[in-house]
Write a protein that binds this ligand. Structure first.
Ligand code: NAP
Length: 286
């Protein structure tokens, strides 16, 4: 399949480039390809004529988004609308990514695709608006909500990822304070990317939750990183209020891969297994 990958050097984009090798991949890099410049984007896509576009771009520095609602909505909503319109005009299938943060966390059991969203932050509102544009403009789309991504390339939007931040802080001897009242499922892009490869061949369009299995708090995630590395690192659990981040985050945003299981997509590993594989791949452990 001829596939254009927007944000091909990002965290997820890099693993898509690696795991979809059997396809004809057309990497698109920012700022040469900028989703906020729809005329140029349309021109590029009309020239390269992909059958499918995978959009990994996002403005996702969650706290920064609170101060920059315009930029958040420009990248995460308006640009997504423009991209969906281009895909509709050229009969291109769109793969787009959204977030567990579209939920408010009140449910306390894993969210399925049919659960009503209620975003708490500017970032989450802008991602949800992007979702609505994709669903309302296109018939041929895969809209994927995922959670707590980490990958070998590191998250470009955030400069790094949670695992690498924890390891770097520990090396520098900095105190580790990690929130212990927000439940998530850390998800490895090395597991997500190949499942995207399966999904795009299914022609079962629509909304999907795709994450690793199991759940934990960010504190437990951090503890497990060092336990797997055989280190007895002291980590201080803090609650969300004490931590004092600018943006509100759901206290529970675990996603159930309900539709993926229904269509028989390969199952994901437990998050601890995926984390161990990541630490090995990155050379942190043998
Ligand atoms: N990271 C997470 O924990 C997480 C959780 C849930 C959902 N998601 C969603 O998953 C998707 C992929 O995340 P990721 O962690 O792989 O992100 P990432 O590493 O930041 O990658 C995003 C890519 O998009 C590019 N980009 C940024 N602005 C662009 C623009 N205006 N036009 C075109 N490309 C642009 C970036 O280029 P530069 O690096 O040059 O800026 C980068 O290559 C996003 O939609 C995100 O919202 C992420």
């Amino acid at each position: 399949m001829k596939i254009a990958v927007i944000g091909a050097d990002g965290q997820l984009g890099s693993d898509l480039m690696k795991f979809l090798r059997d396809d004809q991949l057309l990497p698109l890099y920012y700022p040469e390809f900028d989703v906020t410049k729809p005329e140029k984007a349309k021109d590029t896509l009309s020239k390269i004529q992909p059958e499918l576009v995978i959009n990994t771009s996002a403005y996702h520095r969650v706290d920064e988004c609170e101060d920059n609602p315009q930029e958040s909505f420009l990248v995460n909503s308006i640009a997504v609308r423009e991209l969906a319109l281009i895909c509709r005009d050229f009969d291109i299938t769109l793969v787009h990514f959204s977030t567990d943060y579209v939920f408010d966390g009140m449910k306390k059991s894993p969210y399925i695709e049919g659960d009503p969203p209620n975003p708490l932050s500017v970032y989450a509102c802008s991602k949800l608006a992007g979702e609505y544009f994709v669903c309302n403009i296109l018939e041929k789309f895969y809209l994927i909500r995922t959670c707590g991504l980490y990958g070998i390339a590191g998250c470009w939007g955030k400069g790094t990822n949670f695992v690498d931040v924890m390891i770097a802080l520990e090396k520098e001897g900095k105190p580790l304070r990690v929130v212990n009242d927000q439940w998530v499922t850390p998800t490895s892009t090395a597991e997500l990317a190949p499942r995207i490869g399966e999904l795009i061949r299914s022609e079962r369009f629509g909304l999907y939750h795709l994450t690793n299995e199991g759940q934990c708090t960010w504190f437990e995630f951090a503890q497990t990183i060092f336990a797997l590395m055989g280190k007895k690192t002291k980590i201080f659990p803090v609650n969300t209020k004490t931590y004092g981040a600018k943006a509100l985050r759901p206290s529970y945003s675990v996603l159930e891969n309900k539709r993926a299981k229904e269509i028989g997509l390969s199952s994901f590993s437990h998050w601890k297994v995926a984390l161990k594989n990541y630490l090995i791949a990155k050379g942190y452990i043998k």
